[in-house]
Ligand binder design. Structure first.
Ligand code: MN
Length: 168
């Protein structure tokens, strides 16, 4: 366990690593100035796109059924368990019968900046604060996605529901 409180417990509980080739995680990495992001297209029982942001040694993760949209389009994003950093490079077939069975490909990847960190007014917030407040704003520099995206928490019932919105 790293000092940044990496917790992959839920991730590991859901998976049988004798059966799936997904990474178990646990690589220690030196944190970098820019975080990495990845969007994986996951042809599970229901096709969706997994949107992941590197933060404090894990990938914060959301399942976005319709994938990222155009400016102003709101896309449901259900927060899922934190994934290990190694997952950003994972592509392959999760076997039938296992959690998330189906094909995963890296649909887009790049780096992101926390826009709220750069805010000049009193709304300035770290990524940790942003997650707690349910209001994340990032600038993506990827191969497919570029520009500002916001993630806004809309409800925390049975699911931790957010909206993914491309900003102007
Ligand atoms: Mn998924």
């Amino acid at each position: 366990m790293s000092p940044t409180a990496v917790d992959l417990g839920e991730y590991r509980r859901r998976r049988d690593f004798r059966r799936t080739r997904e990474p178990r995680g646990g690589r220690r990495t030196v944190s970098t100035a820019g975080g990495r992001y990845v969007v994986q297209r996951h042809a599970a029982r229901r096709l969706h796109y997994d949107f992941r942001l590197e933060h404090r040694g894990v990938l914060l993760s959301w399942a976005v059924p319709r994938g990222p949209g155009a400016v102003g389009e709101r896309r449901l994003a259900v927060r899922t368990e934190d994934h290990p950093l190694e997952y950003a490079d994972f592509e392959g077939e999760i076997p039938a019968g296992e959690y998330g069975a189906g094909k995963v490909i890296v649909w887009d990847t790049g780096i992101y900046r926390n826009l709220r960190e750069e805010d000049k007014d009193d709304k300035k917030a770290s990524m940790t604060q942003s997650v707690e407040e349910g209001h994340i704003a990032v600038w993506l520099e990827g191969k497919k996605l570029q520009g500002g995206y916001a993630l806004i928490r809309t409800g925390r019932g049975k699911e931790d529901r957010w909206l993914l919105v491309k900003m102007n």
